[in-house]
Write a protein that binds this ligand. Structure first.
Ligand code: HEC
Length: 146
């Protein structure tokens, strides 16, 4: 009996503190003043996120290939996954937001630049080109949300 009471009190206080934590977290959420593209929860939005996960996977693959000296393969991935293809050009334009489109195009051009630089097999230069690509991810993410 005593055991039951003690464990009920424990469970209750645990769930209460979880609630307090949660509320505290909500209170601490900073204002999100990023510009919305108005595509959250839409099929276009779902498609965009899957594209984004591919971007991240591409970066991971490129870094892995660079670390094993496979610059040509890394270059091919940079062209195909991050470079400015016709498909990506029209994707970036499909959100009906000019500054998003511009940011996307500049980003994909930095992907092409990375692909070119990787072909030189110069690790240091490739890292600088990769940094530019990553800066493009960061800039867009701090400006836009779905
Ligand atoms: C031109 C704009 C733009 C660029 C460039 C960009 N992203 Fe995104 N990305 C977005 C937007 C918008 C979202 C949705 C964010 C939100 O609604 O909070 C997003 C979301 C994501 C997500 C979340 C995916 C999910 O399933 O929730 C990942 C991961 C991501 N981006 C990775 C990247 C990486 C890595 C790069 C660079 C190699 C990159 N993105 C470049 C605009 C961009």
């Amino acid at each position: 009996m005593l055991k039951t009471i003690v464990s009920s009190i424990l469970v209750l206080s645990l769930s209460l503190s979880a609630e307090t934590l949660h509320m505290h977290k909500m209170d601490m959420t900073p204002d999100d003043d990023r510009q919305s593209l108005g595509i959250k929860g839409t099929p276009q939005g779902v498609h965009q996120l899957s594209n984004m996960r591919e971007h991240l996977a591409a970066i991971s693959e490129i870094v892995g290939l660079m670390n094993t000296g496979k610059y040509d393969e890394a270059s091919t991935i940079a062209t195909e996954k991050l470079g400015l293809t016709l498909e990506k050009n029209s994707m970036c334009g499909s959100f009906k937001n000019q500054s998003f489109e511009q940011m996307g195009v500049v980003f994909h051009k930095s992907g092409d630049n990375l692909a070119q630089t990787l072909k030189t097999k110069d690790h240091a230069k490739s890292m600088v080109a990769l940094e530019k690509v990553l800066n493009g991810c960061v800039l867009c993410h701090s400006t836009f949300k779905q």
